[in-house]
Design a protein around this ligand. Structure first.
Ligand SMILES: NC(=O)c1ccc[n+]([C@@H]2O[C@H](COP(=O)([O-])OP(=O)(O)OC[C@H]3O[C@@H](n4cnc5c(N)ncnc54)[C@H](O)[C@@H]3O)[C@@H](O)[C@H]2O)c1
Length: 335
């Protein structure tokens, strides 16, 4: 068993910092190297979270060639994937943020290479680690879901945020459903089972004050058919400045209602003939997710990880199918 897992980061932006905040506290992680195409960002991140021996790079291939690593984190935008192959080629286990890609063919190539090499991977669907999520998954095994409603309603990121430039471009982020509501799609798959078909409608042209480069949907609704016969409707809005939206996922079965609310997915569980049960969402969910990955690498035990690469690709299929349906106006089969 490795005592200290030597970690290299590819992408040193917003979400990388969330993982770094938890990894610096983890006695079994050593932050060995930082790579960002914006070298200044890599340097600032290394100064804040690294040690004197940490190295910085602006090219992932060079980092993997120069540093001995036990694990890598890919915290890059949806359009920028493909560099995972640098870790795969060298048999280095990796963590990758959601969504795993913007292009299905590239994701499938990475998936096949990962499977050939039996590489340990983890995808950043951190909500799978929540106690409330796991409880509902268990309960619904006996009492199958029938109707699923949920999504994210909010505003676009602030124009000052570094993500703004790529987030508002459809060909970079994939749009809000692909980039953000992917969390909810993944939870639906995890809790309720596989999605077989989607049908989506976009709304465009309402979000005032956006730069001319803004070309994502202001809102979308996506109908779901599940393999087990359940149905659902998920939504996204980044045009609701008045508030009152937020994150939600409500699942209704014959005898159970699971109401997840907010970013932390706090749960109110209602069961016929029983008292309601409330399970607050874990505020330190990135810490829980990162610890599971580091322990999995140390022990060489993938069972610690709740979403591996191939599973992340299944969620990708659904959000890309929804994007296709937004274009064609037709239902799209996922599997
Ligand atoms: N799990 C979550 O809740 C969560 C939250 C936020 C973001 N994310 C996901 O994380 C990903 C990144 O988001 P972010 O908010 O950190 O974006 P960001 O723009 O803040 O950071 C991305 C960084 O990646 C760098 N980069 C791009 N291509 C690169 C490459 N080829 N090599 C090295 N560096 C490269 C950019 O220069 C930038 O610094 C997105 O897919 C996003 O959906 C997940």
């Amino acid at each position: 068993m490795v005592d200290k897992v030597r970690v290299g980061f590819v992408g040193c932006g917003g979400i990388a910092r969330q993982h770094l905040k938890s990894l610096v506290k983890n006695p079994h992680a050593e932050l060995a190297s930082f790579c960002d195409i914006n070298i200044e960002r890599a340097r600032i991140t290394a100064e804040k979270y690294g040690s004197e021996s940490s190295l910085t790079f602006d090219d992932a291939e060079e980092m993997f060639d120069s540093v001995r690593l036990d694990a890598a984190y890919f915290c890059i935008p949806p359009y920028a994937h493909g560099v995972e192959m640098e870790a795969v080629k060298r048999d280095i286990p990796f963590f990758v943020e959601k969504p795993v890609n913007l292009y299905l063919d590239q994701a499938e190539r990475i998936m096949r290479a990962v499977e050939e090499r039996k590489l340990l991977t983890s995808v950043g669907y951190m909500n799978r680690y929540r106690r409330g999520v796991q409880l509902v998954r268990e309960v619904l095994r006996e009492d199958p879901p029938i109707l699923i409603l949920g999504g994210w309603i909010g505003r676009p990121p602030s124009p000052e945020a570094p993500i703004f430039k790529w987030w508002i471009r459809k060909e970079k982020s994939g749009g809000q459903f692909h980039e953000q509501v992917t969390h909810t799609v993944d939870l639906v798959r995890f809790i309720c089972g596989e999605i077989s078909e989607v049908q989506a409608y976009p709304a465009r042209g309402f979000n005032r004050g956006m730069p001319p480069t803004y070309n994502i949907e202001d809102a979308s609704v996506v109908n779901l058919k599940l393999e087990n016969g359940a149905i659902g409707n998920l939504w996204a809005s980044c045009s609701s400045l008045g508030g009152g939206g937020g994150v939600s996922l409500n699942i209704y079965s014959n005898r159970t209602t699971a109401l997840f609310k907010g970013w932390d997915h706090s749960l109110r569980l209602l069961r016929a003939g029983e008292e309601p049960e409330d399970i607050p969402g874990e505020p330190n969910i990135f810490e829980i997710e990162d610890e599971a990955f580091i322990e999995a690498v140390r022990e060489g035990d993938p069972s610690r990880v709740m979403c591996q690469y191939a599973d992340g690709v299944e969620t990708l299929r659904v959000t890309l199918a929804a994007n296709l349906s937004m274009e064609t106006g037709k239902p799209v089969k996922v599997r």
